[in-house]
Design a protein around this ligand. Structure first.
Ligand SMILES: [Ca+2]
Length: 227
């Protein structure tokens, strides 16, 4: 009988050890050091759970003086935090699957845009009041327009927006009538848990409210998801 108990105890001990080993968090980011606490001009930081994502400053050696930051994210929802927005303020995010947007012409007037320019007038997608947690990938000039009333106040003069999925436009999601109305569909929504490619974001905050993309108002950000 004692032998059985001993064997059982040993089995429990082994099981506990296995559980303990499995419970050790696999965190490849633990050794990674963040170059920045937040992006240099707009003060953006990116969070998953209660952990700030590691930011890599890739500005040095890149053409121009625009801040460039790469953010290491795991596949899953994330939160963007930023200095709070006044009611008339706007934080605009142009999101693409390549870096074709990383060529903003400084001083560009968004009311007189050139082909391929970001932040076209009337193309800002304003989310629902409480947020749909959807980050829209640009098509036909569409960008994410985050207004003061849409950003969640998290205290300490900071606000945040939470994203759990992206909308990846499909050719079939443009309705025939009325012309050009875009509709999100099951095919176009991709949960961030299933995202295995990088996203390229041009972030712009029109600090002086002149509709012009001035120096110091925009940044190039790569959201680096595991492949
Ligand atoms: Ca401006």
């Amino acid at each position: 009988m004692n032998g059985v108990v001993a064997a059982f105890s040993a089995a429990v001990a082994v099981a506990a050890l296995v559980v303990a080993i499995v419970a050790i968090p696999a965190s490849p980011d633990e050794a990674a050091v963040s170059d920045l606490r937040r992006t240099p001009d707009l003060g953006l930081s990116f969070w998953q759970g209660d952990k700030a994502a590691v930011l890599h400053d890739t500005s040095v050696g890149a053409e121009g003086l625009v801040p460039r930051v790469t953010v290491d994210l795991g596949s899953g929802p994330f939160e963007v935090r930023f200095p709070e927005l006044a009611e008339e303020d706007l934080l605009a995010l142009d999101v693409r699957e390549d870096d074709s947007g990383f060529h903003v012409v400084e001083g560009a007037d968004t009311n007189a845009p050139v082909d391929g320019a970001a932040f076209l007038p009337g193309k800002g997608h304003v989310d629902s009041e409480q947020g749909s947690a959807t980050l829209y990938v640009s098509h036909d000039g569409l960008f994410n327009a985050i207004g003061g009333q849409r950003a969640g106040d998290i205290g300490n003069r900071k606000a945040s927006v939470y994203y759990s999925r992206i909308d990846l436009p499909q050719d079939t999601t443009l309705t025939q009538f009325p012309t050009g109305v875009y509709e999100v569909s099951e095919a176009s929504l991709v949960p961030l848990t299933e995202l295995h490619r990088d996203l390229y974001v041009v972030a712009w905050r029109d600090n002086d409210h002149d509709d012009v993309v001035d120096g110091g108002e925009y940044e190039y950000i790569v959201l680096n998801f595991p492949g």
